[in-house]
Design a protein around this ligand. Structure first.
Ligand SMILES: Nc1ncnc2c1ncn2[C@@H]1O[C@H](COP(=O)(O)OP(=O)(O)OP(=O)(O)O)[C@@H](O)[C@H]1O
Ligand SMILES: CCCCCCCCCCCCC/C=C/[C@@H](O)[C@H](CO)NC(=O)CCCCC
Ligand SMILES: [Ca+2]
Length: 598
């Protein structure tokens, strides 16, 4: 430890990264301390009995500038030689809902001397380098100018680019001129020097980036994406999502809010959230990848219907949802699945995957057993299939309202807890949700529960399984020309739950779930009303909705690839948990977390 005399005051340096001295903020004197992990300042006013401390984790410092600096509404620098400005992440409440909004906090400090100022800026910058190894230096940014409300360019240039500049990140920006341009660029062009890829757009644009990066990584590793048994190579580049689409489900489910500034700050500080990805194959050829929804039946039909009403914008999903619901369809199918280890977690354990999730961390340890530091993460990737004994496939057959597979919760503003509230972002499994054919009011109840915290799986015609892989096929009599049939013809089968039990090849299964029981009089009335509204002829097959794209195949095999990509995110921060942390540290040292309680 050394004490350095400067003027009449002392400041203390314990090592290269720690520093302590008096600093002034708006004429008030503070005791400021930089330890390895935190930068804290406490007011030294005798009347300040509470000793309020502002504490910012070094990993959440966005930038350190000499002088008195503002960046909003535009950058201005008052170049005084005893001052410096620290920018950092500041959390704001999000109206009580999950997920916290992040904003740029800024404090301008004054020192007694220029030497001391230089010490502070030097130490803070060095601490940043040491504690944030994944901060990007150079990013490749794709903007979809037509996504959502067509505000992608404006959002990037007014809200995101100034923050990147402040953080010293250089970016190469490409405004796309056609669909799949970003994917093709990532597949073919030189990506040397980039730490990550940022997509400004919605789920469709994210999917392009996902396909481009996964494809490029496998090409370079000499792996065949078509083979569902191959252990794919995780992508070395991180993906950042700046939400600017009409549906931003991946952003919502991984950050907790749909907010460009919050997402930009996660990118800047180099947050890293691994994400499971499902590969979807048809007869040994890769069809697509999915992260949020691989859905047959209701969700496929809604997407197909919504394509006819694109002019309605995001409202088309509500409209199409109503039309499809009223058409009261169910589909025959054979679903086979490979259960995940039930000891690790369950889709009905009522836990939530939040920032720092222990289930996902254990999965990281299993997948990357020899990596103590994130730099060597990919070199030690553990094969998911060759070392595990695969386990036994389970098969069920019957009529379904919908069959859905999601490898994350897929929470979104429409459904704040998502399709599977206890699913994990990075545990190497997906949740298979089977909704057996049922009466219309039952299905409405199932859908409605997605909008509240009521358990949508606690219904007799719904089951959920945590799985590693899923196969879907048509029952033997429906195998031929399924896609053509959907497109052109229809069969004469009548719909409705009353015939479910007799047609079901899985009687025992249904009996267990109670779906085969006789309808009540009230249910019969509702059903006949709804069937009057719906079309009497419906196709025998549905389509697959794969993250908002219709798949060209009905019979598929899907496999979950644990942690195949990494996002600049950290999972959903629970407002209550951060509050608890704040109160804890308040009790301990009367500090607050990244923001002043004043
Ligand atoms: N310049 C472009 N012109 C036309 N389409 C584009 C362009 N750039 C990207 N796309 C495509 O637009 C689709 C939708 O983009 P995005 O997800 O950003 O917006 P969205 O409004 O949420 O989309 P959706 O129409 O799926 O709701 C993506 O699948 C992407 O491939
Ligand atoms: C009576 C109230 C009924 C309310 C029903 C709420 C059910 C909401 C569940 C929403 C699940 C969305 C899952 C994510 C899907 C995305 O990968 C995909 C691409 O953006 N979106 C769609 O396919 C868009 C298709 C959206 C289908 C609804
Ligand atoms: Ca998962």
């Amino acid at each position: 430890m050394s004490f350095v005399r400067k003027g009449e005051r002392y400041f203390r340096m314990e090592s290269d990264l720690t520093l302590e001295s008096s600093l002034w903020v708006e004429n008030k004197r503070y005791r400021a301390v930089l330890t390895g992990w935190h930068f804290r300042w406490t007011e030294l006013d005798k009347k300040n009995r509470d000793k309020r401390t502002i504490s910012v984790p070094v990993s959440e410092v966005v930038g350190v500038e000499e002088g008195r600096v503002e960046i909003l509404p535009q950058k201005s620098v008052e170049d005084t030689d005893k001052d410096f400005t620290v920018f950092y992440v500041k959390r704001c409440s999000n109206g009580g809902s999950h997920g916290l909004l992040w904003r740029l906090g800024r404090t301008q400090f004054s020192c007694l001397s220029r030497v001391l100022r230089d010490q502070w800026t030097k130490h803070l910058k060095a601490a940043l380098k040491t504690h944030s190894p994944l901060r990007p230096k150079r990013l490749l940014v794709f903007i979809n100018p037509f996504g959502g409300k067509k505000k992608g360019r404006e959002i990037y240039h007014s809200l995101v680019s100034p923050l990147f500049e402040l953080a010293g990140i250089s970016s190469h920006v490409i405004v796309t001129e056609r669909a799949n341009q970003a994917r093709d660029h990532l597949l073919k062009k030189d990506l040397t020097g980039f730490n990550g890829v940022v997509c400004v757009g919605g789920d469709g644009m994210f999917s392009e980036i996902l396909h481009g990066l996964i494809g490029r990584t496998q090409q370079e590793a000499g792996l065949c994406e078509d083979d569902p048994t191959v252990t794919l190579q995780p992508c070395p580049l991180h993906i950042g999502i700046i939400p600017a689409g009409s549906t931003d489900c991946v952003c919502f489910a991984t950050v907790g809010v749909i907010d460009p500034v919050t997402s930009a700050l996660h990118i800047i500080i180099g947050d890293s959230q691994p994400l499971d990805v499902c590969s979807v194959h048809q007869t040994s050829a890769l069809v697509r990848y999915s992260v949020s929804l691989l859905g047959y039946g209701f969700y496929g039909d809604v997407l197909a219907e919504s394509e006819k009403h694109r002019w309605m914008g995001p409202l088309r999903y509500d409209y199409s949802g109503t039309v499809v619901y009223l058409s009261n369809r169910s589909y025959a199918g054979v679903v086979q699945y490979l259960p995940a280890d039930p000891v690790l977690s369950s889709p009905r354990d009522r836990t939530r995957c939040l920032a720092g999730c222990s289930v996902c961390s254990r999965s990281t340890e299993r997948l990357f057993p020899n990596s103590s530091d994130s730099g060597s993460l990919y070199s030690s990737y553990h094969s998911q299939y060759n070392n595990d004994s695969e386990g036994e496939w389970v098969s069920v057959e019957g009529r379904f309202r919908c069959v859905s597979l999601t490898c994350m919760s897929s929470s979104n503003p429409r459904s704040p807890l998502g399709l599977s509230p206890s699913a994990h972002l990075a545990d190497g499994t997906g949740d298979l949700i089977l909704v057996w054919d049922t009466h219309p009011l039952g299905f409405l109840k199932f859908l409605y529960r997605h909008t509240s915290s009521q358990d949508q799986f606690d219904l007799p015609f719904v089951e959920v399984h945590r799985v590693k892989a899923v196969r879907f096929s048509l029952p033997p009599d429906k195998e031929e020309d399924s896609f053509a049939e959907r497109e052109g013809q229809s069969n004469d089968e009548e719909r409705g739950y009353t015939d479910t039990a007799s047609r079901n090849g899985s009687q025992q299964h249904l009996a267990e779930k109670g779906a085969a029981r006789e309808p009540t009089k009230r249910q019969k009335t509702a059903n006949s009303f709804l069937c009057g509204v719906c079309c009497s002829k419906a196709p025998a097959v549905s389509v697959w909705n794969c993250d908002g794209e219709i798949l060209p195949s009905t019979e598929i095999l899907s496999r979950v690839h644990g942690q195949l990509v990494r996002l600049y995110a950290r999972g959903i921060e629970d407002g209550a948990a951060v509050q608890d942390y704040r109160e804890e540290s308040d009790k301990r040292e009367r500090s607050c977390y990244g923001t002043s309680l004043n």
